[in-house]
Design a protein around this ligand. Structure first.
Ligand code: ADP
Ligand code: MG
Length: 619
C-alpha cells in the first residue's frame, strides 16, 4: 500500500485536488475527470448509468427545482415552467434574442431592451446565469456523490464564438453554483485535447472540429503547434441540429398519418409522442435500416433512405459552413490533418460520410461524440491541477475591436481573428487647446464608421492638464486575457493621468449577427473607403478652418486687408465644399486656403520670434 500525506493543521489528506471538466451544453451537459490511476479522462456516470444530464430545468408551483431527465419529461406538459436551451440566452439582452423569442416556449421578459434577459416562471424572475447555475449545481452534486469528495474547482467549455459577455456569464454561473471556474476553454479545443492531438512535443497539426449537437452547429479550424492551440476560424449555424432532424421526421409522419399542425398543437401528449418517437427513430436508424413504431395506436415507419433524404438539406448547410470556415482560415481541405467529430448528431451515418467525403479523409469518431468535449475539459483541468505538462491555449477574436476617432471613424486596435491573449496599444492626442478630457468609446465590428459597428463600452479619461492641441500623448491599450475578457485602459503619458475599465458588455452578439457584420463589411467595403476618405478630408478641413479662424482673431492687426479678405473668401469656399460633401473639392479648397495663409502665418511667426529675441526673453 502506498502512503498518503496528511496536513496536520487541517487533518485533510494531502492529495492533489480534483478539478473537474464540464461541458455546459445547449441540449445536454456532463462532467468528467481524469482518473488518477489510469490517467484516462472519463465521463462521470451516476447510478442511472447515464453520463448526460439534459440541460433542462423545471420549477414546480412551490419553487422546487428539478434538473435533467425528470425535467425533460415535463417539457411538453408544463412548457411555461420547463426551461431548455438556456445557453442560447447567456450574456444576451432581450434585443439580442427578440427575433428568436418564438423559439422559446417559456416567457422571456422584455421590460428593458438593453438589459440582460430574464425568464419569468410563475411570479419569479430568473436570469440565464441563475438557470445555468442550477444545471452546474446538479453536475457538481453528482460528481461529489460519485467521487465522495467535495468539488470546488472546474474548467467549463464554451463555443469558440462566445464573446466576452457570454464567457463572463458562464463564469458567473459557475461561481453561483459554488465552483471556482479556473478556465473557460473553447469546445473545439477541448475536443482536440480529448483525442490527445498535438500534445506531443514538436507536433504541428491543423484540425477541423465538426460539432453537430441538439440545436446548434459549429465548425472550427484550429492549429496545434508544440502544445499551443490556436483557433483559425469558426463558422456555423445557431439554429441547426438534431432537433431539426426530429422535426423533419415529425412532419414526415404527420403526412403519413394525416395529422395537421393544429391537431398537434391542440393535443400536447400527441405532440410529445411524435417528438419522442421521431428522436427514437433517428437514433435507431444509426445502426438499422428500418424503423417501425406506433403513435397513438397507428403504425409509423421510416427507412434510413427516407431519413437521409429528409436531412440532406441540413447536411448541405453544414458543409457550406465548412467551406466558409476553410476560406476564412485560408486553407484547402487537403491542408487539414485531422477531422474531429463532436455532438450526438454526428452519430448519423450520413453525417459522418458527408464530412469524410468533404474533407477527403477518415474522421475521428473513436470517442463518444457527446462526451468528447467534457473529456477534453477534464484533460485541461488535469493540466491545471499540475498533473500534466503545462499547455497554453490560444483562441481568436471573432470581430475587430477598436475605438472611435475623429469624425466617427473606427480605429481598429485588435483585428478580427487575432490570437488571444493579446495586447495592443496606440497613441492619440487632443484636438482642442486646453482639452482636459477624452472620451474613449470601444466598438466591435468590421465597418469603417463606428455608427455601423457595435458599441461595447465607453469611458472618459479626465484630468489631462491643459496643453495645446496635439501635445498630450494619450495611450489607449486593449488587453484580452486568456478567457477572452477585454480590458481597456487609457493613460496620458506626459502627466501620468490614467483610467481603465473591464469591458463586460451589456449584450452579446449572436453569431448570425457576427456573420451579418462580416458580410456587411464586405458588401460595403467600397462605400466605406469612400466615406472614410470624405470623413478624413472633412476632419482635416475643419481643423484648418479652426486654426485659421483663431489666427485671424489673434493677429488681424498684423495682416493687410487684402490678405484677410482673400482668406475669408477661401474659407467660405471651403465651407461650401464641406457642405457639398465633395471629397476632392474639400481637399482642393483646403490646399488653397493653406496656400494663401502659409506666407503671412510664417511672416507673423518670424516677427514674433524676432520680437522675443529683441526682448532678450529667450532662455
Ligand atoms: P449539445 O451539444 O447541443 O448539448 P449533444 O452533443 O448532446 O448536444 O447532442 C444532442 C443531440 O444528439 C440530440 O439531438 C440527440 O437526439 C442527438 N443524438 C444522440 N444520439 C444520436 C444517434 N445515435 N443518432 C442521431 N442523433 C443522436
Ligand atoms: Mg455540445
Amino acid at each position: 500500500m502506498g502512503k498518503v500525506a496528511i496536513n496536520i493543521a487541517t487533518g485533510s489528506l494531502l492529495q492533489k485536488e480534483i478539478i473537474v471538466g464540464i461541458d455546459l451544453g445547449t441540449t445536454n451537459s456532463l462532467i468528467a475527470i481524469v482518473r488518477t490511476d489510469t490517467r484516462e479522462p472519463i465521463a462521470l456516470r451516476e447510478i442511472d448509468g447515464l453520463t448526460l444530464v439534459p440541460s433542462i430545468v423545471h420549477f414546480d408551483a412551490y419553487g422546487n427545482v428539478t434538473v435533467g431527465n425528470p425535467a425533460k419529461e415535463l417539457l411538453i406538459k408544463e412548457p411555461e415552467r420547463t426551461i431548455y436551451s438556456v445557453k442560447r440566452l447567456m450574456g444576451k439582452s432581450y434585443k439580442d434574442v427578440s427575433k428568436d423569442a418564438g423559439f422559446f416556449a417559456y416567457n422571456i421578459i422584455d421590460d428593458d431592451t438593453d438589459a440582460l434577459v430574464k425568464i419569468q416562471i410563475g411570479q419569479k424572475f430568473y436570469s440565464p446565469i441563475e438557470l445555468s447555475s442550477y444545471i452546474l449545481k446538479e453536475l457538481k452534486q453528482r460528481a461529489e456523490h460519485i467521487l465522495k469528495t467535495s468539488i470546488t474547482k472546474a474548467v467549463i467549455t464554451v463555443p469558440a464564438y462566445f464573446n466576452d459577455a457570454q464567457r463572463q456569464a458562464t463564469r458567473d454561473a459557475g461561481r453561483l453554483a459554488g465552483l471556482d471556474v479556473l478556465r473557460i476553454i473553447n469546445e473545439p479545443t477541448a475536443a482536440s485535447l480529448a483525442y490527445g492531438l498535438g500534445t506531443k512535443q514538436g507536433e504541428e497539426k491543423t484540425i477541423a472540429v465538426y460539432d453537430l449537437g441538439g440545436g446548434t452547429f459549429d465548425i472550427s479550424v484550429l492549429t496545434i503547434n508544440n502544445g499551443i492551440f490556436e483557433v483559425l476560424a469558426t463558422n456555423g449555424d445557431t439554429y441547426l441540429g438534431g432537433d431539426d432532424m426530429d422535426n423533419l421526421v415529425v412532419r414526415f409522419w404527420q403526412e403519413q398519418l394525416g395529422v395537421t399542425d393544429a391537431e398537434l398543437s391542440a393535443f400536447k401528449s400527441l405532440a410529445q409522442q411524435f417528438r419522442m418517437k421521431a428522436e427514437q427513430a433517428k437514433i435507431h436508424l444509426t445502426d438499422h435500416f428500418v424503423y417501425e413504431g406506433m403513435i397513438d395506436d397507428q403504425p409509423v415507419t421510416l427507412t434510413r433512405e427516407q431519413f437521409n433524404k429528409l436531412i440532406q438539406p441540413l447536411i448541405d448547410r453544414t458543409i457550406t459552413a465548412c467551406k466558409n470556415s476553410l476560406r476564412d482560415a485560408g486553407l484547402k481541405t487537403g491542408q487539414i490533418d485531422e477531422v474531429v467529430m463532436v455532438g450526438g448528431s454526428t452519430r448519423v451515418p450520413m453525417v459522418k460520410e458527408s464530412v469524410r467525403d468533404f474533407f477527403g479523409r477518415a474522421v475521428h469518431d473513436e470517442l463518444n461524440p457527446d462526451e468528447v468535449v467534457a473529456l477534453g475539459a477534464a484533460v485541461q483541468a488535469d493540466i491545471l491541477a499540475g498533473n500534466n505538462t503545462e499547455m497554453l491555449l490560444l483562441d481568436v477574436t471573432p470581430l475587430s475591436l477598436g475605438i472611435e476617432t475623429m469624425g466617427g471613424l473606427m480605429d481598429v486596435l485588435i483585428p478580427r481573428n487575432s490570437k488571444i491573449p493579446v495586447k495592443a496599444g496606440r497613441q492619440y492626442t487632443t484636438q482642442k487647446d486646453g482639452q482636459n478630457g477624452m472620451r474613449i468609446s470601444v466598438f466591435q465590428g468590421e465597418r469603417d464608421l463606428v455608427q455601423d459597428n457595435r458599441k461595447l463600452a465607453e469611458f472618459n479619461l479626465t484630468g489631462i492638464p491643459g496643453m495645446p492641441a496635439g501635445l498630450p500623448k494619450v495611450e489607449v491599450t486593449f488587453l484580452i486575457d486568456a478567457d477572452g475578457i477585454l480590458k481597456v485602459s487609457a493613460a496620458e503619458l506626459r502627466s501620468g493621468v490614467a483610467q481603465s475599465i473591464d469591458v463586460k458588455p451589456q449584450y452579446g452578439l449572436t453569431d448570425e449577427e457576427v456573420e451579418k457584420m462580416l458580410l456587411d463589411s464586405l458588401t460595403h467595403a467600397k462605400d466605406d473607403i469612400k466615406t472614410r476618405g470624405l470623413v478624413e478630408a472633412t476632419t482635416e478641413a475643419q481643423q484648418m478652418l479652426d486654426t485659421t479662424e483663431k489666427f485671424l482673431a489673434k493677429h488681424s492687426e498684423e495682416l493687410i486687408l487684402e490678405e484677410i479678405r482673400e482668406t475669408k473668401t477661401r474659407m467660405q469656399y471651403l465651407r461650401e465644399a464641406i457642405e457639398a460633401k465633395d471629397k476632392d473639392r474639400i481637399q482642393q479648397e483646403t490646399e488653397l486656403l493653406n496656400d494663401i495663409s502659409r506666407p503671412y502665418a510664417e511672416r507673423v511667426m518670424d516677427a514674433a520670434l524676432k520680437d522675443a529675441m529683441r526682448g532678450k526673453k529667450v532662455i
